[in-house]
Design a protein around this ligand. Sequence first.
Ligand code: CA
Length: 403
Amino acid sequence: MAISLDYAARSDVGLIRANNQDSGYAGPNLLVLADGMGGAAGGDIASSVAVAHLAALDGDDHGADDILGLLSDALTAAHTDLVEYSRARPELAGLGTTVVAMLVSGRTAAMVHIGDSRAYLLRDGVLHQITKDHTFVQYLVDTGQITPAEAENHPQRSVILRVLGDSSETVELDETVRELKPGDRWLLCSDGLSGMVSDETIAESLREVTDPGRCADELVDLALRGGGQDNVTVVVADVTEDETGPSTVPQVVGAAAVDRARPTRGGSSAAARAAALVAAHTGADLGELEDDARDVDAPPRRRWWVRAVAVLIPLALLVTGVVLGYEWTQTQYYVAPDGDYVAIYQGVPQTIGPIELSSVAERTVIRIDELPPFAQSRVERGISAVSLADASTIVDELSREAR
Ligand code: CA
């Protein structure tokens, strides 16, 4: 009997963050979770790049012996892209992403993992954490310096030791291969879930909510009720023996989903949309992506890809326009409050959907409440500058006005 995956992907920006830098993908043979990091638009680009490289692998024509190599090759390529991308655009230096990805061939599943996103397996009602976080606190636990309970509230719990794109060194991935068992339920999630909701509560939802989509919704709700301090993304997949897989259309969520103005919950319907988005972001060859699309043999999937390719080109042009516009905004500066202090921002004080068009370039030690009322209101409205040097001059003047 053939094995298939019944899957769902969901993502939510959370209650605190301004944009969603997580990306999730769930398709007939591939599950991916990527949690991006980096200033301005860096994190969402990083996680989208990872998803785009991996999405091309979703097909049923890979041999069981090849899938692990395919995953690690795709991540090495994504890593190289990210390193080059951050070199080419200094404002994106430091962009990186976690990745946990599973590729299936028959009954064999290969998994690669880097960072602190997690894979869990619910088997016979018992939850197992499959991946081990590449974090500082996990290192402290492993070396017996703190207990797992102490790790949960440790002040440095968000310090990640390894991510994709963080340096020009070779990528160090955890790689595993295992057999899929019908009845198993897999969960991939960002730390927006695992950091907000206990393993016991996650296990309860996975046991009780049968439908993968409704279960994924409930897990996101739990993270939001737990504080929603981070982007939260979940992929739930059931291993079934149904002849015709119940899920056939890939779901792309979070930053990699093209509809950025509506990044929450529901998925975009096409893997190619993520690929097109990233093609425009990174200058990857669009023709290559189309060739990948044609390589998929199964008739229903071919029809789907053909339709996807038809929207790919206009979509890529649209995104290129957005990216060029974004690049222009990053040549602008202004002075405005950052909390209680005056700061210099790079960009323009606007957002497009979830994308912030500015980020703090320099913080100062000038308190807003130490400024005379008139200067306060000027800063509050934002003082535009023609360059970083101009912004520094404005800050110097404010510093003289401050009490
Ligand atoms: Ca996160």
